[in-house]
Write a protein that binds this ligand. Structure first.
Ligand SMILES: Cc1ncc(C[n+]2csc(CCOP(=O)(O)OP(=O)(O)O)c2C)c(N)n1
Length: 576
């Protein structure tokens, strides 16, 4: 049967058909839909882990114990998981263990452009890269076969356009696999120096063998055409190359690490001019050049942003440039906090109090945008707390009283908890605000340990944030509703004035998950003085006109924040 599938859906299907029984992941665009789809297969146990490190550890444990396993994450997730990941290359697996990592060239929804191929190489772990949904599914089987044959975890690297494009997939049957036998093997599975010295040698030999075998693996193939131009490429870029340079011969790499040297040398010898066209880093290009083969590519495509076929046609054939194809003809629509978002009230008050805000990664990062403009720093998940502590240690307690850390509930569970423990343990002064909207909002509403539901939507033990903070020895823990601006402001003033550590839990569910009847607000033209105060909350439902403001009642969710900030009583609920 054929089905139109997202790359991410096809990866899940590939895991299913390959007989996977355990999958642990943490959401992150553009990888999130993989585990959401895995969870639809009843044959696979799926879970959201609190972070990627735990997810990889669960997958590794399952694989060593004898079951094929999967872990998925976005590229920066692999940084979090790198501790178990690097050592897993030494311990090896038992049953197959595949880690799918989604890179985001062009940073559509990420804080950096990281190339996972580089990490796979430094961890001495094989890496595969599919170009479309069919390959997403097929490469999962290849990945499990390689994982078991060579006793190694395997990375499947995808990029945004492959993860989020739909192409036709030929569905196959699931191979049901019995659990492999597990036997205690300290020399392999206990990462003590004496054991790992021998394993390191194994890893080196494995890599040489795999590089040789990769020369004949079906995932690496040459498509001969005119031999004047030859292109080495992979992943999404392969599709663009086929469209932009249909006359060229192409070496399509599916195993992108370790590289099949003999195959590349054979290809290079037979073409007049050799180009390497790859998203992100000059990963293939640098290696091929290091073998003394003349080639080029990055001088034309650059390191930043993603490739697209018109860009390749322009750079490699001199076709007219088409401007920025990604935005042409499309009105600019910058991201914004949704109408009724509970983070809006919090950032309005933080901005009013002119506090230094070490923020974090989540919907609340949007508090950085005008008119709220309340954020000073955002680095990576969980960094807000450590950064605020750094401000305190460098600038002193008085500055700490003007500094807050802000992070969401999922981010707090992911990697905020340890930062808070550090503050408590080291007697730091400061205010940490957990913007608890009872969901992992930014990545599309995944459940997490703080909201009391598992990946299937079933009730799960709910982390009690207040008790957790108290258990860390924090005396000042308060819960406040961010729709209640006066109370929120009072709480913030009181807690930041203390020369102690405080936690404020700003609690209200995400406006998009609240299912209740909405009575929208309207602006009374008799009372509106057009003072612009309500514009300061940055609500997309409020529209400024020459005569005053208007509320778009198709957007308004009736949160009443505009009414709280209007001094003239102009904002009222319809029917009031
Ligand atoms: C290491 C890492 N993993 C995953 C992500 C993707 N990501 C961005 S924000 C976010 C979670 C946001 O949830 P929460 O903290 O609850 O805040 P909300 O968006 O609900 O306001 C995730 C998973 C990331 N940026 N970095």
């Amino acid at each position: 049967m054929k089905k139109l599938m997202l790359g991410n859906e096809a990866i899940a299907r590939g895991a299913y058909e390959s007989g996977v029984t355990v999958s642990s992941a943490y959401p992150g665009t553009p990888s999130t839909e993989i585990n959401e789809n895995v969870a639809t297969y009843k044959e696979i146990y799926a879970e959201w882990a609190p972070n990627e490190k735990v997810a990889v550890e669960v997958a590794l444990g399952a694989a060593i114990s004898g079951a094929r396993s999967l872990s998925c994450m976005k590229h920066v997730g692999l940084n979090v998981a790198s501790d178990p990941f690097y050592t897993a290359a030494y311990t090896g697996v038992n049953a197959g263990c595949v880690i799918v990592v989604a890179d985001d060239p062009g940073m559509h929804s990420s804080q950096d452009e990281q190339d996972t191929r580089l990490i796979a190489r430094s961890a001495h772990t094989p890496c595969l890269e599919p170009s479309n949904s069919q390959e997403c599914k097929d490469y999962m089987r290849y990945a499990y076969d390689i994982s078991e044959k060579y006793d190694t975890p395997v990375v499947v690297r995808i990029t945004t356009r492959v993860a989020h494009a739909r192409t036709v997939v030929d569905l196959g049957e699931r191979t049901e696999l019995p659990l492999r036998e597990y036997t205690k093997n300290p020399k392999k599975f206990i990462s003590m120096p004496a054991n790992m010295v021998a394993r390191h040698k194994y890893v080196e030999q494995r890599e040489i063998t795999l590089a040789d075998d990769a020369c004949t693996h079906p995932a690496n193939r040459i498509e001969w055409n005119d031999k004047k131009i030859g292109v080495i490429t992979s992943g999404a870029a392969y599709n663009y190359v086929k469209e932009a340079l249909p006359f060229a011969s192409v070496l399509k790499l599916g195993i992108v690490y370790p590289l099949p040297r003999k195959l590349i040398e054979e290809f290079a010898q037979q073409v007049e001019t050799l180009y390497v066209i790859e998203d992100m880093e000059p990963f293939f290009e640098d290696t091929v050049k290091s073998w003394g083969i003349d080639c080029s590519g990055k001088d034309k495509t650059g390191l930043q942003g993603e490739l697209f076929s018109r860009k390749i046609a322009t750079e490699f054939t001199g076709a007219p440039a088409a401007g920025d194809m990604t935005t042409q003809g499309i009105p600019v629509r910058p991201p914004v906090l949704c109408p009724g978002c509970p983070h809006r009230g919090l950032y309005y008050v933080l901005s009013k109090l002119k506090l230094t805000v070490c923020s974090d990664i989540g919907c609340y990062t949007l508090g950085a945008l005008a008119p709220l403009s309340a954020v000073d720093t955002t680095v990576c998940m969980g960094a807000s707390i450590g950064m605020a502590q750094g401000f305190e240690k460098a600038r002193g307690k008085d500055y700490a009283k003007k500094t807050v850390a802000v992070l969401g509930d999922s981010t707090f569970c992911h990697s905020g908890m340890t930062g808070l423990l550090n503050m408590a343990y080291n007697g730091s002064v400061g205010t940490v605000i957990v913007a608890d909207n009872s969901i992992t909002g930014m990545t599309g509403h995944q459940n997490n340990p703080a909201n009391g539901f598992d990946i299937y939507g079933n009730p799960a033990p709910q982390l009690d944030l207040v008790k957790l903070c108290e258990a860390m020895g924090i005396k000042n823990v308060r819960v406040v509703d961010p729709y209640d601006l006066p109370e929120l402001e009072k709480t913030l003033r009181e807690e930041t004035a203390r020369e102690e550590l405080s936690v404020i839990i700003s609690r209200r569910p995400c406006a998009l998950i609240v299912k209740q009847k909405i009575t929208p607000y309207f602006s009374d033209p008799q009372k509106c003085k057009n003072c612009g105060m309500c514009m300061k909350i940055g609500c997309p439902a409020i529209i400024k006109t020459e005569k005053g403001v208007r509320i778009d009642d198709t957007l308004c969710v009736g949160c009443g924040l505009c009414s709280s900030v209007c001094k003239f009583g102009a904002m009222n609920m319809k029917g009031e």
